[in-house]
Design a binder for this molecule. Structure first.
Ligand code: Y43
Ligand code: MG
Length: 198
C-alpha cells in the first residue's frame, strides 16, 4: 500500500485523514516522526499550509500534505481565523478555546452568530512544486457545547440544516460536508495525479 505523509501533530486531523484516505493509503503523521515544531508565521491559512508542507517535504524528501484550518466568526471580524489553535493561549486547549468563543458571543443573538470552518490543504512535491486546495463549511456558533465526536471547535459549531453541532455528526456525515472533506474532494478531483505520480 502507498504511504502518504500528513504534516500535522493534531491527532484529530490524523484520524480524519486515516478515515478519508481509507484503504488506498497508509497515513503517516508528525506524531510518530522526530521533526521540530514548525512555526506558523503566515497570516493566511494558505501561507501556513504551504510553510508546513514545504518544511516537512524538505526534511523527508517525499510528497507531503499539510492542513491549515480554523474557524472564522463574522461577529468577531473573522477571528480566531489562523490563530484558532492558540486562541486561548499557547497550549492549544480546545476546551479553553471554545469557552473563550462562547464568552465573546454571549450577548450576540442567533442571527448574528454566523461562522465558517476553513481548510487549506497544501501538497508539496519532491520536484519543488506546491499545490493548494481550499474547502469551507458554513454554520453558526451554538450557545452551548453539544456532542462528543470530532475535535477542536466541533461541539460549538452548529449546522442549521442538520439541527446538530458538528460534534453530533458521525465521521461519514462530517466528512461529506466539512471544510476538510471538501478540500480533499478538490484535491482528489484536480490533484490526484500529483499523488499518483509522486
Ligand atoms: O474539523 C474541525 N473541527 C473542529 N475544529 C477544527 C477543525 N479543523 C480545524 N479546527 C480547529 C482546531 C484548531 O484550533 C485549529 C487548527 O489549527 P492548525 O494550526 O491548522 O492545526 P494544529 O495546530 O492543531 O495542528 P498542525 O498545525 O500540526 O496541523 O482549527
Ligand atoms: Mg498548527
Amino acid at each position: 500500500m502507498k504511504t502518504i505523509v500528513i504534516a500535522t501533530k493534531n491527532a484529530g486531523k490524523v484520524k480524519e485523514f486515516e478515515h478519508m484516505f481509507g484503504s488506498q493509503y497508509k497515513v503517516e503523521s508528525l506524531l510518530e516522526k522526530k521533526i521540530d515544531d514548525i512555526p506558523e508565521t503566515g497570516v493566511t491559512f494558505e501561507e501556513n499550509a504551504i510553510i508546513k508542507a514545504e518544511a516537512v517535504r524538505d526534511h523527508l524528501n517525499c510528497t507531503v500534505i499539510a492542513d491549515d484550518s480554523g474557524l472564522e466568526i463574522d461577529a468577531l471580524d473573522g477571528r480566531p481565523g489562523v490563530y484558532s489553535a492558540r486562541y486561548a493561549g499557547e497550549n492549544k486547549d480546545d476546551e479553553a478555546n471554545m469557552e473563550k468563543v462562547l464568552q465573546e458571543l454571549k450577548h450576540i443573538p442567533r442571527d448574528r452568530r454566523s461562522a465558517r470552518f476553513v481548510c487549506v490543504l497544501a501538497v508539496a512535491l519532491p520536484d519543488g512544486s506546491v499545490h493548494t486546495f481550499t474547502g469551507t463549511c458554513e454554520g453558526e456558533i451554538a450557545e452551548a457545547r453539544a456532542g462528543t465526536n470530532g475535535f477542536g471547535y466541533d461541539p460549538v459549531f452548529y449546522l442549521p440544516g442538520y439541527k446538530k453541532t458538528m460534534a453530533e455528526l458521525n465521521a461519514e456525515e462530517k466528512h461529506r460536508i466539512s471544510h476538510r472533506g471538501r478540500a480533499l474532494e478538490k484535491l482528489w478531483a484536480q490533484g490526484r495525479k500529483l499523488l499518483l505520480d509522486s
